[in-house]
Design a protein around this ligand. Structure first.
Ligand code: APR
Length: 392
């Protein structure tokens, strides 16, 4: 069997690559380890930034793949109980950011791709990559009923996340990993409870907390916790108590909790994002600390750069864009890593003197003060939120 591109993984990165290739008339096969039901349920990020909305719009896909609830681009920063609004309005024209939970985007991308006749194979086991530096790489896998299959292709898109097999197919030493553990844990909670008016980030002496809208009657919450905390340490009553204290809202409405998880905040970049005919896209290439909501948006950016580059190569026999794929993506990756790192440090250090020490607490307070008083600082923040800062 033969195709032009084999896409490994059907998360936001892989499904976006597949849809954009399909719209360019380029054949591809998507291999996903899990079932369709499993992939559709995975809960993660929730903001599709302005740049990414316009990217989908430019492909004629925005209305078909974006859902969720309307968003006016305003964030609330609550510092010791005092409320401040920050806007992502950077003065640019065009459609703007959407509050679209990742699983809604994934469900819609899957449906659109399949409705357009796309080839998507769930429950593909033991995927392995071969001859990545030759002219025709091959991808092997096993179907749900145990049959071995081989697909040859011109390019492989490794969109299988941080624990996928694509990156492990690259020989040791070919990629450099830049890793950062922020020494911070987060508890994330999903509940059927009323959403806030705006996504809310709160600084308090008891630690960072956040409250995000997930639907008309659904919310996602974050609570800073020790880096190796276990969700069992957080029974419902403790969660609501901590949220009321840190959000400085004694009347915070509660609701049934449907999910709780803990994780460590970390950042990771692999450079370059390509090896031979394999291109790493999204989490397979980089992890960004969740603060700032850039993880999914970076995956969407990589997918767009990759799909356009493949289109140039296949249609016009021009591989310039493919050769600069990594360089172009990494520029935005580091820009967003810096934003996310800055916001992570600012919102945690400003509240928690015990962890970072009083000097860093005062630095973080000064950064918040600047953001909330200087129009130039507010504009720079808006540019980083929308994702329109880099000349493309
Ligand atoms: N073979 C096939 N598929 C695989 C394999 C494998 N060996 N390993 C993983 N996968 C699949 C996973 O099941 C998943 O569906 O690859 C997909 C990877 O999806 P994500 O982890 O969601 O990564 P990505 O698409 O890059 O999404 C970007 O942005 O909001 C952040 O981290 C968040 O996942 C999000 C990311």
């Amino acid at each position: 069997e033969s195709t032009t591109v084999v896409v490994i993984g059907a998360g936001p990165a892989g499904l976006t690559v597949a849809n954009l290739l399909r719209r360019s008339g380029i054949d591809c096969v998507v291999l996903e380890r899990r079932s369709r039901e499993y992939v559709a349920q995975r809960q993660r990020a929730g903001i599709v930034e302005t740049r990414a909305v316009r990217m989908f719009d430019s492909w004629g896909l925005a209305d078909r793949v974006l859902g969720g609830i309307p968003y006016d681009g305003i964030l609330e920063l609550r510092v010791d109980g005092e409320s401040h609004l920050v806007s992502d309005n950077d003065g640019s024209e065009g459609p703007r950011a959407r509050l679209c939970p990742q699983q809604v985007l994934v469900q819609k991308l899957t449906a659109v791709y399949l409705a357009d006749g796309g080839d998507l194979r769930f429950e593909a086991a033991d995927v392995s990559l071969h001859d990545l530096t030759g002219d025709r790489p091959t991808v092997r896998y096993r179907t749900a009923d145990g049959a071995l299959r081989t697909v040859s292709c011109a390019f492989v898109a490794g969109c299988d996340g941080d624990h996928g097999i694509s990156r492990t197919a690259v020989p040791d030493g070919a990629l450099t990993a830049y890793a950062q553990d922020h020494g911070i844990g987060w508890l994330t909670v999903l509940a059927d409870a009323p959403p806030p008016a705006h996504p809310l980030l709160a600084v308090s002496p008891h630690g960072f907390a956040a409250h995000f809208p997930r639907g008309p009657q659904a919310s996602r919450y974050y609570l800073q916790c020790p880096p190796d905390d276990h969700p069992d340490a957080w029974p419902d009553a403790r969660i609501w108590d901590a949220l009321r204290t840190r959000l400085a809202d004694p009347a915070l409405p509660v609701g049934p909790i449907t999910d709780r998880e803990t994780f460590r905040l970390r950042s990771l970049v692999h450079d370059p994002m390509q090896y031979g005919r394999l291109h790493l896209v999204g989490d397979a290439a980089h992890i960004v600390s969740p603060m700032g909501g850039k993880g999914m948006n970076l995956a969407l950016h990589d997918a767009d750069v990759f799909a356009r580059a493949v289109r140039d190569a296949v249609r016009d026999d021009d591989d310039t864009a493919l050769r600069s794929y990594s360089q172009r993506c990494l520029r935005r990756v580091w820009n967003d890593q810096e934003f996310s790192h800055w916001l992570t440090r600012t919102l945690h250090d400003a509240g928690d003197a015990a962890e970072s020490g009083p000097f860093h607490r005062n630095l973080a307070r000064a950064r918040l003060d600047r953001l909330l008083t200087s129009p130039a600082a507010a504009h720079a923040f808006a540019e980083l939120m929308t994702g329109l800062d880099l000349t493309e």
